[in-house]
Design a protein around this ligand. Structure first.
Ligand code: PGA
Length: 899
């Protein structure tokens, strides 16, 4: 797929394009399913649009009548129609988002705009360049199950997106329209639901295509642009990461084998990209030594290449590049176990590492510069050198992740079997830490070939061995981080180091060394509150400091948005994350270690979603420090990285925000900030009480939740490889955050995005202070603006339909009453603070887009409720279940968020 050009005339509005695509879809349905089918869907569409244009009981009754009259076949077809319409509307919207209107480079999201803003604050380009040179900005792709679309559907969408972009700029639209018709017809006849559950290898393949097609080609150019703008070297600051194949927290299907598969696939993609580029360079650099001069180093490289072809005897660049190609081909064979698609005719040694490849490419470059100047070099060679610097032989760093509880059990077993400690888990946290430190100081290992370890221990040790193997094969950048879910204490970190020591990745000694950094993930409110103290204690240990020093004085801490939200509600979670980050920055400053925060956030607001730019800028002062990693999950991967143009824009936005958060002076005056924080502390306290009062303290709430949302049906969707709960328990505490958020979103309650906020705001008497916070404090403004988006997508009337699924009337009345009263309080107090008449008063484009979508979502909600009722009553017709799953897809597509 060729990249959609970044700059193109926006001759059509998204509304025009949505209409056009909608018309084509209508044609397709009429042609393939007949006029009657089309008429049924069209009548419903018009009835729904009419309700939204001019609400009234008759119009609603008409819509309800049409829905009730659908046969199961018609219902399934209708749902598919609306689902496909939403997919097409998303394409038109994305195209507009990806466009760069005239003058947009001045916006702070763009590098030019961010640099201008920094210049206004007196930050010189040299300082920006130096900051970038020490920076790490890393989007980390995860396999979190929130992408409901099949890859085949996404592929059709990409083809349609490309055509829509071409059509906007084309003089003759007719030819494009017939191809568009064809693609839409293919989409219409593609099954939207997966027939079987995704496997980890499928998730690996999907992510790999994004990295290969959309990240590899755009990252070098982005670095080049930064360098041109700053007039200085900026190093490789943007590096993608991945969890896919290494994150086994609650996913028993992630094993040593998947880690190997993921890394081999990544290495293949990177090396094949380099091979292609070297091949193209060879075609291009036909310079003859009889005409131009070359450096002795290039001559030597050419002579050593083994390329004796008489056609190229006077073409040293080509000969040198043949040699480089041959060495790369051998590297490919050796590291990935397979020959590259285009073999080399030469016999050569593999490269020991990416550095040696860069060194050869630099020889080529230096010779060109010496005898022709920079202008002779061209972007291809520069970008290739940069690409090797960014992607190495591994493409993206693959993190490992496991739950602290599993580590503890494995360590306990190792210690017991080795006769070191009979019951490690019975020890207190400090005793555990001391024992681990003693063990870490030893050169001897605990593992014994004679012990009969449990399955968990064997599989944990196996994946660690695979990581050690990957270090040897692809270099240490292949697996750099090890995330510990549910971290609560210092021992959690040392346990992982002890396990790494078992496979040789942690090397004891006077100055211990480890090529993997352990990142504790703090994810409940209580754990976030404890995080600064835990990290203070950890950094005080000499081994921690030695390890941090060895990697340039950096230590990462991960903070979890969705679990803290599920635990304490939206406002409290946002606040706990802010305060933990702020306090961590102080702890790290005291320790003289650089803090690298890793934000574990999802796409929806209840999981930390929202504008990435505003989110990064709203971080507390001193917490970004030019180092940031952020998870990119599920449907967000397609919407932010689905094409090279979107990927380029998202990465640039992330870079601009990081630079501004690092170098621009704080936007809030420190004295104000102190007042605002005190206010937030109170707000957070009352929001938490309201939230926990409902979710954890209302008897029967869990029953209400399981009846009034499609949580059970979501668990049956085949959208990811991992189970929806970590354990068998059905407590809300044990449910994963994704199905929790996902199901509230389907029921249009979107409780995780707002509940508790109204109670807090209404109970706070100084409304003037709240208004000042919204005007002067990016954190508070972003919190409210994300919530506004959620409120605009929620609908209490629809939520009421879902509540009818709860059989116990008293419970229904109590819980739904609390939810709807809370919604109204939240809605009204938001307007009071913003002074607007509409929750999206500040964002008319988004408001219009959401309004345009609602008529396509609401009937799906109504059908979903009806089908769920029938399904839960035991109807076994497969179309009932299919219909439910299709409505889930359709609503997610319409809302543009899943879990
Ligand atoms: P986790 O992620 O359950 O994998 O920790 C939660 C989330 O991203 O919402």
């Amino acid at each position: 797929m060729s990249p959609v050009p970044l700059r193109q005339p926006a001759m059509l509005s998204d509304r025009d394009e949505v209409r056009h695509l909608g018309r084509l879809l209508g044609d397709v349905i009429r042609d393939f399913d007949g006029k009657a089918a089309f008429d049924t869907i069209e009548a419903l569409r018009q009835a729904s649009v009419a309700v939204h244009r001019d609400d009234g009981p008759e119009r609603r009754a008409e819509l309800a009548r049409l829905l009730a009259g659908l046969s199961l076949d018609d219902a399934v077809r209708f749902i598919r129609g609306f689902l496909n319409f939403s997919l097409l509307a998303n394409i038109a919207e994305d195209r507009q988002t990806g466009l760069v209107p005239e003058g947009a480079e001045k916006r702070p999201e763009r590098l030019e705009g961010a640099l201008d803003e920094l210049a206004r604050h007196g930050v010189a380009p040299g300082e920006v360049a130096a900051t970038l040179a020490g920076a790490l900005i890393s989007p980390v792709l995860t396999a979190h199950p929130t992408e409901v679309r099949r890859k085949s559907v996404i592929d059709r969408e990409s083809a349609i997106a490309e055509l829509v972009a071409r059509r906007a700029a084309a003089a003759d639209r007719q030819a494009i329209d017939s191809e568009l018709y064809r693609q839409i017809a293919l989409l219409w006849q593609t099954r939207p639901l997966r027939a079987v559950r995704l496997l980890v290898v499928d998730e690996i393949a999907n992510a790999l295509s994004v990295m290969r097609d959309n990240l590899l080609p755009v990252l070098p150019a982005l670095h080049r642009r930064a360098e041109t703008l700053l007039g200085a070297d900026v190093g490789s600051f943007l590096k993608p990461g991945s969890w896919i194949g290494g994150d086994r927290d609650g996913n028993p299907f992630v094993t040593a084998e998947t880690l190997r598969t993921a890394l081999a696939g990544q290495a293949r993609a990177a090396l094949q990209y380099y091979l292609g580029e070297v091949h193209r360079l060879g075609a291009e650099l036909s310079i003859s030594a009889s005409i131009a001069r070359i450096t002795p180093e290039l001559a030597a490289l050419a002579d050593d290449s083994g390329d004796e072809s008489p056609h190229r005897q006077d073409e040293p660049y080509r000969r040198a590049l043949s040699g480089i190609y041959a060495r790369l081909a051998e590297t490919h064979a050796e590291r990935t176990g397979t020959r590259p698609p285009r073999a080399s005719a030469l016999i050569a040694e593999s490269y020991p590492g990416p550095g040696a490849l860069v060194a050869d490419l630099e020889v080529v470059r230096a010779s060109l510069v010496a005898h022709g100047g920079e202008r002779l070099v061209g972007n291809r060679l520069d970008d290739l050198i940069r690409a090797v610097g960014i992607f190495g032989f591994h493409l993206a760093s693959l993190d490992m992740r496991q739950n602290s509880g599993v580590h503890r059990a494995v360590v306990a077993e190792l210690l017991r079997e080795a006769g070191v400690c009979p019951d490690y888990e019975a020890l207190g946290p400090d005793e555990r830490t001391e024992l681990l430190r003693r063990e870490l100081a030893h050169r001897r290992l605990l593992g014994s070939p004679f012990a009969d370890y449990s399955e968990v221990t064997q599989s944990e040790l196996a994946i660690l061995r695979a990581a050690a193997e990957a270090h040897a094969r692809y270099g240490p950048a292949a697996v750099r981080n090890y995330v510990i879910s549910h971290s609560t204490c210092v021992a959690d970190l040392f346990e992982v180091y002890l396990l790494l020591k078992e496979v040789g990745l942690y090397r004891p000694g006077d100055v211990p060394a480890c090529d993997v950094m352990v990142s504790p993930l703090f994810e409940t409110i209580e754990d976030l509150e404890a995080a600064p103290a835990v990290m203070r204690a950890f950094l005080a240990m000499p081994e921690s400091r030695a390890l941090a020093d060895a990697r340039g004085g950096v230590q990462e801490v991960m903070i979890g948005y969705s679990d803290s939200n599920k635990d304490g509600g939206y406002l409290t979670s946002s606040w706990a994350l802010f305060e933990a980050s702020r306090a961590l920055a102080d702890v790290f400053a005291d320790a003289g270690i650089r803090l690298q925060l890793f934000h574990g956030r999802g796409g929806t607001v209840g999981r930390g979603g929202g504008s990435a730019f505003a989110g990064i800028r709203a971080q507390p002062p001193g917490t970004v420090g030019a180092r940031i990693r952020i998870t990119e999950q599920g449907e967000v991967i397609a919407s932010k990285y689905g094409t090279p143009a979107l990927a380029a824009l998202s990465l640039e936005t992330m870079t601009s925000a990081t630079l501004l958060a690092t170098l621009a002076p704080p936007e809030t005056d420190p004295a104000d900030l102190a007042r605002f924080r005190a206010a937030m502390e109170m707000l957070s306290g009352s929001a938490r009480a309201a939230y926990r009062g409902l979710v954890y303290e209302t008897p029967g709430f869990n029953t209400y939740f399981r009846a009034a949302t499609p949580v059970g049906e979501i668990a049956e969707l085949k959208i990811g490889s991992r189970p929806s709960s970590r354990t068998k328990s059905d407590r809300i505490e044990d449910l994963r955050a994704i199905p929790w958020v996902f199901s509230w979103s389907q029921a249009r309650v979107m409780l995780p995005g707002w509940f508790g906020v109204g109670a807090a705001l209404i109970g706070f008497s100084d409304k003037g202070l709240l208004r000042a916070m919204n005007a002067q404090w990016p954190f508070f403004a972003a919190t409210l603006s994300n919530m506004a988006m959620v409120l605009a997508k929620s609908d209490i009337a629809i939520a009421a339909l879902y509540s009818e699924l709860v059989e116990d009337e008293a419970l229904r009345a109590e819980v739904f009453g609390t939810i709807s009263a809370g919604w109204k309080r939240t809605h009204d107090s938001l307007l009071e603070i913003t002074g607007k008449t509409d929750v999206l008063g500040d964002d008319p484009v988004l408001a219009r887009r959401i309004r345009m979508r609602l008529p396509y979502i609401e009937p799906l909600n109504a059908l979903q409720v009806e089908l769920i009722r029938r399904y839960r009553r035991g109807e076994t017709d497969a179309r009932v279940r299919e219909g439910i799953h299709l409505t889930i897809n359709g609503i997610a597509a319409g809302l543009r968020n899943s879990g």
